[in-house]
Design a protein around this ligand. Structure first.
Ligand code: PMP
Length: 360
């Protein structure tokens, strides 16, 4: 059995330990004689899976009782609509545009109300995070929206914006559980799990309770109301049951690894190996302003499309998969999420050094 080093931006690498464990449980989960995939979600056994997953997530992040944890579907993109439908009261939202995912959320927001772009880094191909210390945030905006880690461009908010007291809503899809966070600074923190936590198909939304109300936009479908999911403990309808089971396994794995502080240390170590090499290389260059660099997604270029393509091809042949940059920006991108082992990054850098020497 051959495993590659998978640098995909998502769906992405998962811990091998978890994959082995779920493989062992595939045919007969805890003596039930069936796989979790085949199991009714209305059973004690499944209830214990989803409840344990929520409990472990609460412990990992330190989520207080006045926040709900919802396991939802529809991808992170569905939240671009679900958030305005549930949170728009004055129908005004301030968006900070730091990449394609923030822009998509902003465009979706325009369908439901007045979406205001209060800052943007589009002028320099989203290669930095704009100064958000004193934005023009109107008194009557419902919330301020950010995409905290920009998967495509490799930037990260290392300081949260000054929202002038307004609710902060953050898409953390590509930095979920990669470091400790203070959830009380957020009204909504949400993300698709297919990068750091589990298989595509599950979205986790952590929402302050007072934001979950009956007072949604009038046409909001039942399935897109946070309250329905909150009142039914994410079991209003059939949840993405197998995906949640895998998420639960990954929460246990992170706990065993030492929690979010240990994750951050490991992620810093991995990213430093790659960034230090990029900073002194005469062939490869990072594309992001240093202070705004993501620990999760590391884009880089050679400056030549031809050499970029050659690199991606040779890397693939050597066992480094999915290093091609997003189709909208080109170049390369190494996504080094929680489950990417440090050896994967060390070996990638070794390979880059060799490629550099051969193509000097
Ligand atoms: N937000 C971010 C930060 C993303 O990276 C992505 C895509 N992976 C999305 C949102 C959209 O996610 P989905 O494909 O689950 O809708």
């Amino acid at each position: 059995m051959k495993r590659v080093y998978n640098f995909s931006a998502g769906p992405a690498v998962l811990p091998e330990e978890v994959l082995k464990e779920v493989a062992e449980e595939m045919f007969d989960y805890q003596g039930s004689g069936m796989s979790v995939m085949e199991m009714s979600h209305r059973t004690k056994l499944y209830e214990s899976i989803i409840q344990t997953a929520e409990k472990d997530l609460r412990e990992l992040i330190g989520i207080p009782d006045n926040y709900k944890v919802l396991f939802l579907q529809g991808g992170a993109s569905q939240q671009f609509a679900m958030i305005p439908m549930n949170l728009m009261k004055n129908k005004k939202v301030a968006y900070i545009i730091t990449g394609q995912w923030a822009k998509k959320a902003y465009e979706e927001g325009k369908i439901y109300g007045e979406a205001m772009a209060v800052a943007s880094s589009a002028d320099k191909v989203y290669s930095y995070i704009p100064d958000c210390s004193d934005l023009d945030i109107k008194d009557d905006v419902d919330y301020v929206y950010i995409c905290e880690n920009n998967t495509i461009y490799g930037t990260k908010f290392w300081e949260l914006p000054n929202t002038k007291g307004k609710t902060l809503v953050s898409d953390v899809s590509s930095c979920f559980l990669s470091e400790p966070v203070d959830i009380t600074k957020y009204g909504v923190m949400y993300g698709g799990v297919q990068k750091n936590i589990g298989p595509a198909g599950v979205v986790i939304a952590i929402i302050r309770e007072d934001l979950i109300t009956e007072d949604t936009l009038p046409f909001t479908p039942t399935m897109l109301k946070y309250k329905i999911h909150a009142d039914n403990d994410s079991m209003y309808n059939t949840p993405p049951a197998y995906g949640i089971y895998i998420c639960g396994k990954v929460f246990k794995w992170i706990k065993k690894m030492g929690g979010l502080t240990a994750m951050k240390e490991l992620n810093e170590k991995k990213a430093t190996i790659l960034y230090d090499y990029l900073d002194q290389s005469s062939l490869f260059k990072g594309t992001v302003v240093k202070k705004d660099r993501s620990l999760m997604n590391v884009p880089f270029i050679t400056g030549s499309d031809e050499l970029d393509a050659k690199f991606v091809k040779q890397a693939k042949a050597t066992g480094f998969e999915n290093l091609k940059g997003h189709r909208s920006v080109g170049g390369m991108r190494a996504s080094i999420y929680n489950a990417m082992p440090i050896e994967g990054v060390e070996k990638l850098v070794e390979f880059m050094k060799k490629f550099e020497a051969e193509n000097a």
